[in-house]
Design a protein. Structure first.
Length: 317
């Protein structure tokens, strides 16, 4: 079985070996693959493993031996699903691997914004503590989250974990979803408009689709509280980035932390890069070693199940 991994570096930059996959066949791993390199590398593959590399209908048509596609992520919009289905090529994803890591990130970003540890660390190293002469000082507002309200937009596995952590810290949890959440005592289901008006913190944990694309726009932000902190660890295109930058620069909301951008890597002229009180990381919420190890193992399980004739986690059955 010839297995080709086209963009393996994100899953294994050196600390998460492909051993479990390599046991399944003749495996070739490429850290990255350009469009020009695609056909030479993937042309005779029976199994393709991808993360973000785009498999369009045209590219699928150029792969006569391809029988299976393993996506090393939960999202699978990198594959033309209809084309793969028409060719009888099953596509599998990894539906569960980063729940705890992404929920942890939401609060890591939130605490960074509310305490600005970096700012105070830099000030101390510059001698400001000695210069002030006081036993204590602070350079930014400090906020306690107990008693605050967090609005979780989307209440799937990650949203539920965000809500559970918030409740453990004494927060009130409200959520806007299509259906009221089940098995979530103490969580109040509200409309999106009410969530905007009531939440001190808003965490975006919903998928990107036609309904949610650029849902955070000028109208959404104008309806938020002026002390609101927005966290996005989901998809960059949930936000109209120019509208968010404007809202931050005008003080319409207090701050935002994002792990994603509408185009990745982020473009140099993205308005978020010059917005006030905007904190950004390079799509790393999912990438703890523990999460990547789970992702690797499930990818191996997916490929093994295909080889055995019973593919699992198929998204285009």
């Amino acid at each position: 079985m010839k297995i080709v991994i086209l963009d393996g570096r994100t899953l294994n930059p050196g600390d998460n070996p492909w051993t479990s996959v390599e046991q399944l066949g003749d495996v070739t791993v490429y850290d990255r693959t350009t469009e020009a390199q695609f056909l030479e590398r993937a042309g005779d593959a029976e199994v393709l493993v991808i993360n973000k590399f785009k498999l369009t209908a045209q590219r699928l048509n150029s792969l006569p031996n391809l029988g299976y596609i393993a996506v090393t992520a939960t999202g699978f919009d990198c594959v033309d699903i209809q084309s793969a289905r028409s060719k009888g090529i099953p596509v599998s994803n990894v539906p569960i691997y980063g729940t705890d890591s992404v929920a942890q990130y939401v609060f890591a970003m939130l605490f960074h914004i509310l305490h600005r540890i970096d700012l105070h660390d830099q000030a101390i190293r510059a001698g400001e503590w000695q210069a002030r002469g006081d036993f204590s000082f602070w350079l930014s507002p400090l906020t306690e989250i107990a008693g605050k309200t967090i609005g979780v937009v989307g209440f799937g596995r990650i949203g539920k974990q965000v809500g559970a952590i918030a409740q453990a810290m004494g927060m009130h949890v409200i959520t806007a979803t299509r259906r009221p959440p089940e098995n979530a005592p103490g969580v109040r289901h509200v409309s999106l408009a009410e969530l905007q008006q009531r939440a001190d913190i808003i965490s975006l944990n919903c998928p990107l689709n036609n309904e949610t694309q650029q849902m955070v726009n000028q109208s959404f932000l104008a309806n938020c509280r002026p002390n609101c902190v927005l966290i996005n660890a989901s998809r960059g295109a949930l936000i109209c980035e120019q509208d968010l930058a404007n809202a931050l620069n005008q003080g319409i909301i207090a701050a935002a932390g994002v792990d994603v951008a509408s185009t990745e890597p982020i473009e140099r002229d993205n308005p978020l890069l010059t917005a006030k009180n905007l904190f950004i990381t390079p799509h790393l919420a999912w990438a703890t070693l523990e999460a990547r190890q789970r992702l690797m193992q499930t990818t191996a399980d997916n490929i093994r199940s295909y080889i055995e004739g019973n593919p699992i986690n198929v998204v285009n059955a």
